[in-house]
Design a protein around this ligand. Structure first.
Ligand code: AHM
Ligand code: MG
Length: 319
């Protein structure tokens, strides 16, 4: 099995970019240790603070954010970073080539029940001049690398540098080894993921699509579907990259949900690049997510991603 650094070298990835990915991998190893020690070190539960979007922060959200911030800002390669847990971008080295965007601990409502969570990251090239929030407002197509680290029974990094998707598992020797190469999402699926408790809030296109799925063999789609909902996007996308499926977090008519729940920069874009690089599709229902020109670093977006044929079917319901 190839270690991460060697695999990236063989793919011809820019050594600076590899170094940055390595730094993220090492930081995620530290985050994994904090997660393992969480109950013993009394790190479960809320921190008693809200993030800039008014969401309750968990203690481990803050620890993961601080570790990523500290380790990335120590790299002269990083000219700035944006995090789901920070109101504005944080400025790094003025000569740095890269911007790093991350959700330090996605699915953190799962921490206290010991269910999988993950770190999602996206790397962009830094534009010329002074870095501010505007510098990060680049389309998902611009990402030079994107991935996640899933903290489950194993710690696994899924990564794309625009040459397909590979997976690396953290070994007890402290290194990540390539355990899957050129992952592909089957175009057809019989497994969907959506939070069904929000059904009454969805728009009519989503209501109709899910109603038809639930009709199974007798319905217009003509096949039976299984459902999963982990409430941890990293775990859902990992399942889809591993055995296929479709994941949906649509917009709905509740207050503040008119653009969905998930964030374009921290969740939508990196996951969409991974899915597209694995042969899947990622859409809002109307637009490819990586085509969206962001207008705010914390912008939200409806997300429908996974098996190509199934996502295309959802798009036809939106028309
Ligand atoms: P978070 O970034 O605050 O953890 O929220 C994102 C998470 C996703 O991982 C997951 O798909 C979704 O929220 C679950 O939401 P819900 O609890 O509404 O089903
Ligand atoms: Mg998140």
């Amino acid at each position: 099995m190839q270690p991460l650094a060697k695999a990236l070298r063989q793919q011809g990835v820019d050594p600076d970019l590899s170094h940055l990915i390595d730094t993220i991998g090492k930081t995620c190893k530290m985050i994994a240790q904090h997660l393992i020690q969480g109950p013993v070190n009394k790190l479960h539960g809320c921190a008693g603070t809200l993030n800039s979007q008014g969401e309750r922060q968990k203690q481990l959200d803050i620890i993961a954010n601080d570790l990523l911030k500290q380790n990335l800002l120590a790299q002269t390669l990083v000219s700035g970073l944006a995090s789901e847990e920070e109101e504005h971008c944080v400025i790094g080295d003025p000569k740095g080539r890269y911007l790093v965007v991350f959700d330090p601990l996605d699915g953190s409502s799962n921490i206290d029940i010991n269910v999988s969570v993950g770190t999602i990251f996206s790397i962009l090239c830094a534009p010329e001049g002074q870095i501010d929030d505007q510098s990060f407002l680049q389309r998902g197509h611009n990402q030079v690398a994107a991935g996640y680290v899933l903290y489950g029974p194993s710690v696994i990094m899924a990564l794309t540098t625009g040459q397909g998707v590979d997976m690396y598992s953290l070994s007890q020797d402290g290194n990540y080894y390539q355990t899957r190469h050129q992952v592909k999402i089957p175009p057809h699926t019989q497994e969907f993921a959506i939070n069904m408790s929000n059904q009454r809030f969805w728009d009519t296109s989503m209501q109709r699509y899910i109603a038809h799925l639930l009709e199974g063999e007798q319905g217009p789609i003509g096949k039976r579907f299984n459902m999963r909902w982990i409430a941890s996007m990293v775990a859902e996308v990992h399942r889809i990259l591993t055995r296929g499926g479709i994941f949906m977090y649509p917009r709905d008519n509740r207050d503040s949900m008119e653009h969905g729940k998930l964030r374009l920069m921290y969740e939508g874009n990196p996951m969409s690049l991974l899915v597209e690089q694995a042969g899947g599709v990622s859409s809002t229902g109307n637009t490819n997510i990586v085509d969206i020109c962001p207008n705010d670093i914390h912008q939200r977006v409806p997300v429908i991603l996974g098996a190509m044929a199934e996502v295309k079917r959802v798009i036809t319901y939106h028309r």
